[in-house]
Design a protein around this ligand. Structure first.
Ligand SMILES: [Zn+2]
Length: 244
């Protein structure tokens, strides 16, 4: 498949059809054989580790806690030691953000609404600017990062991807930053596999970076069908699955 934004939008539409019914973790997750990270000799100046949204609200006990989301932090910290370039992302919403179900009457959490830019899932309020929920998890090593990207700070646009907000026309600036740095390979980990990690990895591939997702350093939200849609998109966009 040609890597362009039109195809990405097709993927987004597939994702938006996913609805929440409280299903268990998908059996497809963790069943594939992945490439070993150590075989890729990471740590070149042209490599970067992109750590997505390892924040309190996405960890157990948070308002949008991912099951076992905190269990990946140990691996992420180990992986960081191999990289010269590390970027963190931080979901960073105003308190009345348009992706919050609390902004609407008669809407259920995890249902979707039509925004000017397309379907938008409604989430519990999370990662509000300046709150403990928006802070990085205390166990995450944030010392090594040379780049921190905040996303979702515009009230009317959500941003799953580290590269483009959900309207698909507003950049975060990360693509330019990485290209200026001479990055060629992007290794993605963090939370959550089937949303912000997936969108970030796909946009990384579209931008022309060789893209890898580190499977034992990420966990999914796992709405019904969301993990399967993610793996299908990884195949379509030549995104490699690796593990520590
Ligand atoms: Zn968010």
């Amino acid at each position: 498949m040609v890597l362009n934004r039109r195809n990405f939008i097709k993927y987004s539409i597939i994702s938006s059809l996913v609805t929440y019914t409280g299903g268990g973790i998908s059996s497809a997750y963790a069943s594939d054989t992945n490439i070993s990270l150590s075989s890729l000799n990471v740590g070149l100046e042209s490599d970067i580790l992109l750590i997505i949204d390892v924040q309190n609200d996405f960890c157990p006990g948070g308002s949008l806690g991912v099951k076992d989301g905190d269990k990946i932090i140990k691996n992420i910290n180990i992986i960081q030691e191999s990289f010269n370039n590390v970027a963190l992302t931080q979901d960073w919403h105003p308190k009345n953000h348009s992706s919050f179900v609390t902004e609407y009457t008669n809407k259920e959490v995890f249902s979707s609404i039509d925004m000017p830019y397309g379907k938008q899932t409604l989430w519990p309020a999370h990662c509000i600017q300046g709150t403990n929920g928006a802070d990085f998890h205390k166990d995450l090593n944030t010392i090594k990062a040379n780049t921190i990207i905040r996303k979702g700070f515009r009230k009317d646009i959500d941003s799953y991807s580290a590269f483009w907000e959900n309207d698909r026309v507003t950049p975060t600036g990360l693509e330019g930053t990485l290209k200026t740095m001479g990055v060629k390979r992007v290794f993605v980990c963090g939370l959550a596999l089937d949303f912000c990690v997936a969108y970030s990895a796909i946009d990384s591939a579209i931008a022309g970076f060789d893209t890898y997702v580190i499977m034992n350093a990420t966990k999914p939200v796992d709405l019904p069908g969301s993990v399967e849609a993610t793996f299908k998109a990884f195949n379509e966009y030549n995104i490699n699955k690796v593990e520590l």
